[in-house]
Design a protein around this ligand. Structure first.
Ligand code: FAD
Length: 447
C-alpha cells in the first residue's frame, strides 16, 4: 500500500474521511469502490471500526442491518486503495486542505468528509458518578460499575434509556423522565402502555438469575413528597446504605444511587474543526449541510451524527441521529463527493423522501415510518390504532385522508404496504377504520 499520509509538499490524497463509525466507514467504502485507482484515507480515533453487516433492503426505502465492530484491517483487505489511519484529528485548515492529527501528522486532501459523530450530552460534566454511554469503552465502564451497583438512576427517554431499563438486571433502576409517557422520542402514550408490561416480564432466551428492576410511575409535577424518608426507596428496609451520589428530581424526591446514567441526547463533535474555519452550525450544534452534504467550507462534506440536514426536508422525513441515517448519509455523501470530482449532477437520494427506522425495543420488532408521531402536523391529523395485548401495536397517522406515518410494533407484516400508502399519498378517506381491520387483508386492497 502506498503512503497515504502526506507532508504538505506531497501529493494530496484524493479523499479523506474522518470517523470510523457507520457514516465514515460507509462513505469511505463508497469512495474506495468507485475510485479504485485513487487513495482514500479513513482517519479514526478508535482502534475498531463500525461496519454494516446483514444488510437487507426490506422494501423501497426500509432497510434493516446490524452494526459490528471490526478491526480496520478487514476494511483494508477488502479495498486495497483504502488506508485506515488510527489517529484523532486535532485540527483542520480548510483553506489549505490540510488535516493535522494528535500525533503530529499532516494529511492533505482534495475532498474531505467529516463523520466524527456525536457524544452524550451529560447532565453534569466531569462528575465521576455521572456516566454517558457512547462507545465500547463507556459501555464496558458501565458494565463494570453495574456489576457492583445496587441502584442506578437512568435519566432520559430516548432509545438508549429504553434499552437500558429493559436490559439492566440484578439492580434496581430508577428511571427519571420528564415526559408523560416512556419512550416519547419514538412512541406516543398508547405504544408506551403497550410496552410497559414487558418491563416486568421475564425476558426470552436468557436465564434470569435475579431480576428486580422496579418501576414506579409518578405524575410529573405532583409536588414534593410529604414524607421525605420514603424517597430513599423500596430497599430502605434492607438497612442503611450510604449511597455514592444523591439526585433530587423536580418532583422533590431525593434518591440515593450508585451512579447516574445520563441518556439525554447527544452533542455533535464539531470542536476540533472549528478554530480557524468558518463552518456554519445548526441550532443543535451540527455542521449544517446542504442537499449535497456540503458544509459551508469548500470541499468539506459531513455525514452522520456530526451533521445537521440544512435542506428543506420533504413532508415525510426528519433527521434523527440513528444508524439508518448514518449509513444513508455516509453513502450519499460518498456519491456526492464523487459527483463533485467528476463534475456530474446528482439529486437528493430517494431515501430522504421518507423517514424509516427498524429496530427492537423490549424484544419487539419496531418499525417507524414518516411522521410516526404526527411531528409537525399540529392538530391537523387523526390517529387509527389497533392493539392486541402482548402481540402487536399498530398506529397510523392520517392527515387530510392521506397516510403520513405509522408505528408498527410486533410482527405486523404491514411495513411494505404502509410504506407504499405513505409514499403514494393515496386518499384513504373512503376506507375509514377498515384500514386497520384485522379481518381485511389490507394488501389485497391496495395491490
Ligand atoms: P459514530 O458512530 O459516533 O462514529 C464517530 C467516529 O468518529 C468514531 O469512530 C470516533 O472514534 C471517531 N472520531 C471522533 N472524533 C474524532 C477525531 N477528532 N478524529 C478522528 N476520529 C474521531 N442507533 C440506532 O439506529 N439503533 C440503535 O439501537 C442505537 N443504539 C445506540 C446506543 C447507544 C449507546 C448510542 C450512544 C447510540 C445508539 N444509536 C443507535 C445511535 C447511533 O449509534 C448513531 O446514530 C450512529 O452510530 C452515528 O454514526 P456516525 O458514524 O455518525 O458516528
Amino acid at each position: 500500500k502506498g503512503m497515504a499520509c502526506s507532508s504538505p509538499r506531497d501529493k494530496p490524497v484524493r479523499f479523506a474521511v474522518v470517523g470510523g463509525g457507520v457514516a465514515g466507514v460507509t462513505c469511505a467504502e463508497q469512495l474506495a469502490s468507485q475510485f479504485p485507482s485513487d487513495n482514500v484515507v479513513l482517519l479514526t480515533a478508535a482502534p475498531l471500526v463500525k461496519t454494516v453487516t446483514n444488510y437487507k433492503q426490506v422494501s423501497k426505502i426500509i432497510e434493516d442491518f446490524d452494526v459490528e465492530e471490526q478491526p480496520s484491517s478487514l476494511l483494508e483487505e477488502k479495498y486495497p486503495n483504502l488506508k485506515v489511519v488510527h489517529a484523532a484529528v486535532k485540527s483542520l485548515q480548510a483553506n489549505d486542505h490540510v488535516l493535522l492529527t494528535e500525533k503530529g501528522a499532516k494529511v492533505s486532501y482534495e475532498k474531505l468528509c467529516l463523520c466524527n459523530g456525536a457524544r452524550p450530552r451529560l447532565l453534569i460534566q466531569d462528575n465521576p458518578h455521572v456516566l454517558g454511554i457512547r462507545d465500547t469503552d463507556s459501555a464496558q465502564d458501565f458494565q463494570k460499575r453495574l456489576s457492583k451497583a445496587k441502584r442506578v438512576l437512568v435519566v432520559g427517554n430516548g432509545g438508549i434509556a429504553l434499552e437500558l431499563v429493559y436490559e439492566v438486571e440484578g439492580c434496581e433502576v430508577i428511571w427519571a423522565i420528564k415526559d408523560k409517557a416512556i419512550g416519547n422520542t419514538f412512541f406516543d402514550a398508547g405504544a408506551a402502555q403497550f410496552l410497559i408490561p414487558s418491563l416486568g416480564a421475564d425476558k426470552p432466551e436468557k436465564a434470569i438469575t435475579c431480576k428486580r428492576s422496579r418501576y414506579t410511575t409518578e405524575a410529573p409535577g405532583s409536588g414534593p413528597s410529604a414524607e421525605p424518608g420514603s424517597a430513599l426507596g423500596p430497599d430502605w428496609h434492607e438497612g442503611i446504605r450510604t449511597w455514592l451520589v444523591y439526585v433530587q428530581l423536580t418532583n422533590g424526591k431525593i434518591y440515593g444511587c450508585d451512579f447516574i446514567v445520563s441518556a439525554t441526547g447527544v452533542v455533535p463533535n464539531t470542536e476540533p474543526f472549528l478554530p480557524g474555519n468558518k463552518f456554519e452550525l445548526a441550532e443543535d450544534g451540527g455542521f449544517l449541510v446542504d442537499d449535497h452534504m456540503r458544509t459551508s467550507e469548500p470541499d468539506v462534506f459531513a455525514a452522520g451524527d456530526v451533521c445537521s440536514a440544512g435542506w428543506e426536508p420533504g413532508p415525510l422525513w426528519q433527521q434523527m441521529r440513528l444508524w439508518t441515517q448514518a449509513r444513508q448519509m455516509g453513502w450519499y455523501a460518498g456519491r456526492c463527493m464523487a459527483a463533485d470530482v467528476l463534475g456530474e449532477p446528482i439529486e437528493l437520494d430517494f431515501c430522504f423522501e421518507l423517514f424509516t427506522h427498524v429496530t427492537k425495543f423490549f424484544n419487539y420488532k419496531v418499525v417507524l415510518l414518516g411522521k410516526y408521531n404526527a411531528q409537525g402536523l399540529g392538530q391537523n391529523h387523526e390517529l387509527l390504532v389497533r392493539c392486541s395485548k402482548g402481540m402487536e401495536y399498530v398506529k397510523v397517522v392520517l392527515s387530510g385522508g392521506r397516510m403520513m406515518g405509522a408505528v408498527l410494533i410486533g410482527e405486523t407484516d404491514l411495513e411494505e404496504t404502509f410504506e407504499n400508502l405513505i409514499l403514494n399519498q393515496m386518499d384513504l378517506s373512503a376506507y375509514g377504520e377498515d384500514l386497520l381491520n384485522p379481518g381485511i387483508d389490507i394488501e389485497d386492497y391496495f395491490d
